[in-house]
Design a protein. Structure first.
Length: 188
């Protein structure tokens, strides 16, 4: 009888030790692998069981593989499946009401003969972060420099006086009152 070594890892190594048990903790799920005397891994536990269940369910699949129903949420999926008399693939855009889905969307297979819904895959939404430096063709100034330039756009020593000038009906006003102008010559 071989001695079995145990490893707890974040990812399964490229080269596995023979006669070993690997516990792979990856985010919100865990996988287990058992290697034989040659170091070849076999999935055990829930992963193998779930894969077998899905394989069995899909083996008898007679649905239209090209058809996909798209619904907004789990409630809409349930309404849809209550009316279906055919097998269907259903993409749920917000599957967060499914307790097995943390966030994002999920793809389900519906077997009409047993009225069973199988989760085939789930997809987390992708948050996109745009860094200032990665904007192609963007300004060379920093956001702080641009903010400073904008705030100083109309700053000068006589700004308060110039702000009193306005126009109304073609007449120039100063501090709200018409300006009297007399021109002695047009050759200025």
């Amino acid at each position: 009888m071989a001695l079995v070594k145990f490893y707890k890892v974040a990812t399964l190594p490229g080269t596995l030790e023979p006669d070993s048990f690997y516990y792979v903790e990856n985010g919100s799920y865990a996988e287990s692998y058992l290697t034989n005397s040659s170091g070849v891994a076999r999935a055990v536990g829930n992963s193998a069981m779930i894969n077998a269940l899905v394989a069995d369910a899909l083996a008898g699949w007679s649905g239209d593989a090209g058809a996909l129903d798209i619904v907004s949420d789990i409630a809409a999926r349930d309404v849809l499946t209550s009316t279906l008399d055919r097998n269907a693939m259903i993409l749920v855009l917000d599957a967060s009401d499914d307790p097995t889905v943390d966030a994002g969307s999920a793809l389900y297979a519906f077997a009409a003969s047993t009225e069973t819904i199988y989760k085939v895959a789930e997809y987390e939404s992708m948050d996109v972060v745009v860094q200032w430096a990665s904007i192609q063709g963007g300004p060379s100034s920093t956001p702080a420099q641009i903010d400073t330039a904008v705030s100083q756009t109309h700053t000068h020593s006589n700004k308060a006086t110039l702000d009193k000038f306005s126009e109304s009906g073609g007449q120039v006003l100063y501090d709200g009152s018409p300006i009297q102008a007399n021109w002695e010559t047009a050759n200025w």
